[in-house]
Design a protein around this ligand. Structure first.
Ligand SMILES: [Cu+2]
Length: 155
């Protein structure tokens, strides 16, 4: 009897169309900050428009630079504008602490907090409905010029 139930369950699982499963799938993406240079380990990743995304940023314990990092996803074409705001943040006493190096800008769609070496943070969001190239960057002042990449949103 148990064997029959198991067979039926397996048959039901196999019968679910693969495409339907993929469309509802959560995109789990992990980026790791380099231990030596101010770069992420990936220059790009791809998600579907409107897809739920779980994005984890890992700052390795063995970091040589011992720098905090964060990650911001911004509107297409806005990497430099947000990066420059981050550099200007040094004049703001709250920027490295209360603001977690996140500038005030409508161009920022999603962001993490600052992540210290040995820590990680996962942010969850829904990918934009508009396909395009959405830059991501670390806005600890001075990092963004190299520490960036592109979230490709496709149909
Ligand atoms: Cu950084």
């Amino acid at each position: 009897m148990k064997q029959i139930a198991k067979s039926l369950l397996l048959a039901a699982l196999v019968a679910v169309p693969v495409a339907a499963v993929l469309a509802d799938e959560v995109a789990e993406v992990k980026l790791t900050a380099d231990k030596v240079q101010f770069i992420f380990d990936k220059k790009e990743f791809t998600v579907k428009a409107g897809q739920k995304v779980k994005l984890t940023l890992v700052n390795p314990e063995e970091s040589v630079t011992k720098q905090p990092h964060n990650i911001l996803i911004v509107k297409p074409g806005k990497k430099d504008a947000v990066g420059l705001l981050a550099n200007n943040g040094l004049t703001d006493p709250d920027f490295l602490t209360k603001k977690q190096c996140v500038p005030e800008s409508d161009d920022i769609l999603f962001h993490s907090k600052l992540i210290l070496p040995g820590a990680e943070e996962t942010i969850e969001f829904t990918a934009p409905s508009e396909p395009g190239d959405y830059p991501y960057l670390c806005t600890y002042p001075g990092h963004w010029a190299l520490m960036n990449g592109v979230m490709k949103v496709v149909k």
